[in-house]
Design a protein around this ligand. Sequence first.
Ligand code: GAL
Length: 374
Amino acid sequence: MKHKMLTAAVLAGFCLACGARELQKNAMVWYDTNGHVINAHGGGVLEYGGKYYLYGEHKVYGQAGCRAHVGVHIYSSGNLKDWQDEGIALKVSDDPNSDIADGCVMERPKIIHCAKTGKFVMYFHLERTSHLDYSDGRVGIAVSDTPAGPYRFVRSQKPTPGTYPVNAPEDEKTPEALERSRADVAKVPHYGESEEMKAALIYPAFVEGGQDSRDMTLFVDDDGTAYLIHSSEFNSTLHFSELTDDYLDFTGRWWRGRSKDWTEGAAVCKKGDWYYLVGSWCTGWDPNQARYYRARSITGPWERMGDPCRGVNPHNGLGPELTWGAQSNFILKVSDDEYIAMFDIWRPWNQVDSRLVWLPVRFGDGEMEIEWRD
Ligand code: GAL
């Protein structure tokens, strides 16, 4: 039976490739122009030279899909619907000593184009194979001359070593604060929302070596300045870290978003005079309720708004209370009036079968809504 269903699905893909191509349907399997299942998760879309580039984590079957065994997969399209396979843009390495060795965690890749250098720059969340418990918290950086790659791995690091956030109060930059922070890091439970964690002073302990970075996204502001926006302080607080003008490093200018709000899956866009950030809580691969923030400047302050999601995913019966079973990931600006919010329905027991959900965003003045549609 299973076999028959699989055959039907594959045939459907080939039929789609042969002619009457339909729209890709949310939460369903998406096929590329060769009739193969699109394999790009937790990524995003880059628009360049009149084409769109869809990129994301290439997942393999079963639980092994929770680790990177292939790399970052790219597809291109002229219409956001028919996706042509462009292959693996950044491959994991066969060298077990490489930071991106086969079996590492390589998640949420994001690609931006640097107008100054003409290069395409990729950042991703990296956990080296020595840290498969997610205690590494690094970003990987890769670069390419063309949007679809191949990308050359540059290095991995923790963001912003040696610098305090620009919005740090003076009394958090003292030797006493550093001592307190080290003691807090040693004693509080690192993950999950807790009273101890809320009261703890985390970031000063990591000023010297750099701040941790897990779920992450990139955002390029109107003036061309790019930022890495990453879940830091054991995922409790978003950090906004400015990139150098070649996008390959950090300037050292960074600030903390809302302290201890436990946001993952950050997706950022600007519409009119407002910046918006959609995010999830921190429940691993399990879905939770989304919320959004708004600000008049990328530097904040970020005001927490409600849940932007509306409607029910008919395939699993889940509504906004669990973000239709999905998690926020990226917002693509198609035009001044058209934005697409992108989500992932994760299947950690078989990640290759995780599904994409793309929905239009409706904006009011300073407000956003994202309603389920098939
Ligand atoms: C999620 C995160 C994913 C992945 C997962 C691992 O919270 O959004 O990108 O890191 O945890 O459990």
